[in-house]
Design a protein around this ligand. Structure first.
Ligand code: RIB
Length: 334
């Protein structure tokens, strides 16, 4: 009776995925797991299945990617940057959208794995609910998270240095004379939303500015308009508003224009992303640019390291943002 990888895993008391990683030597496992698996394989006289190994080592030349939503220009800009980098390595990108739903996200990961992609790149839609599917996929194929990440550690991540981004935004409006600043962001379902709110609060405390309760909804124009109306209905307008992304800022600008509030004379507005429409707003939007090309380069580099089985600690690479001053904010000491 031929000894299989399942027999080895059972004898070693580990999962089949761990036994496979230990025997292939391409993916990192702890020394204890490696020792137990190799001893079990020797004791059982395990001979790797040559056909399965050939299939496993073959590459399909494709990388699967799952993003939360392709209607948001940030994700389409990120996908295009990754596609350019992957093509330089002779690989094609297979793109899926999770439609901001962890169940759809899990199904898309399984579909990509069934297509035997050489690796996976994902921006998880939910910091907690995405974790089981992301960790399961990471045990079966090289995987790197880009932009957003799951709360559970264990897989590499490349994204924006959100603390630095919010520091740049808040320091900029403070230098322009703002003393009260509001934040409009997304509900705290994903890492971007959480890190931007916490980064904003840190920066406001450091600058000694006053703030009001954050307005949290979605990373969308609609939410920006809705939150703008809430601010217009309040006791007094803040001197400045920092938005969790450009889509929110664009909706806010429309609400302020309809409410007869002049930007930046009465209220300064700053976004985050600088993709798509920011420069085409009226007035053009001051924002904090995400280093999308650099993030794509790093994500592809890290994914290749994982694919080649380089043993190293999990990497979390936060890349510096860049403030782009346009016309929705006041310049220093104006
Ligand atoms: O615009 C969508 C936002 O969510 C972007 O800022 C990006 O960081 C994503 O996480």
């Amino acid at each position: 009776m031929r000894v299989t990888i399942h027999d080895v895993a059972r004898a070693a008391g580990v999962s089949v995925a761990s036994a496979s990683r230990a025997l292939s030597g391409r993916r990192k496992v702890t020394p204890d797991v490696a020792e137990r698996v190799n001893r079990a394989a020797t004791d059982l006289g395990y001979q790797p299945n040559a056909v399965a190994k050939a299939l496993r080592d073959q590459t399909t030349g494709t990388i699967g990617m799952v993003v939360p939503g392709i209607g948001n220009p940030f994700f389409t800009t990120m996908v295009e940057a990754l596609e350019r980098r992957l093509q330089e390595n002779g690989r094609d990108l297979l793109l899926c959208s999770s439609q901001y739903d962890p169940l759809i996200e899990a199904r898309r990961l399984e579909t990509l794995l069934s297509r035997r992609v050489d690796g996976l790149i994902i921006s998880p839609c939910d910091i907690e609910a995405s974790a089981p599917a992301v960790l399961s996929a990471a045990g079966r194929a090289p995987l790197v998270q880009v932009d957003r990440y799951i709360e559970a550690g264990g897989t590499d991540w490349v994204g924006l240095d959100d603390d630095a981004a919010l520091a740049q935004a808040v320091e900029h409006v403070a230098a322009g004379g703002a003393r009260t600043v509001a934040f409009i962001g997304s509900r705290l379902m994903n890492s971007s939303a959480r890190l931007r709110l916490s980064g904003f609060q840190l920066a406001v405390d450091r600058a000694g500015l006053e703030t009001v309760a954050p307005l949290l909804g979605e990373f969308t124009h609609e939410w920006g308009m809705q939150a703008g109306r809430l601010l217009l209905g309040g006791d007094r307008m803040p001197d400045a508003v920092v938005c969790g992304n450009d889509e929110i800022a664009i909706g806010l600008l429309r609400a302020l224009r309809l409410g007869g509030v002049r930007v930046p004379q009465e209220v300064a507005v700053v976004g985050i992303d600088d993709v798509g429409h920011a420069a085409m707003c009226d007035p053009p939007l001051t924002t904090v640019a995400q280093p999308v090309d650099e993030m794509a380069t790093e994500a592809v580099r890290v994914l290749e390291q994982v694919r080649l089985g380089e043993r190293r600690p999990v990497q979390r690479i936060a890349i510096a943002p860049r403030l782009v001053v346009r016309e929705t904010s006041r310049r220093t000491e104006e």
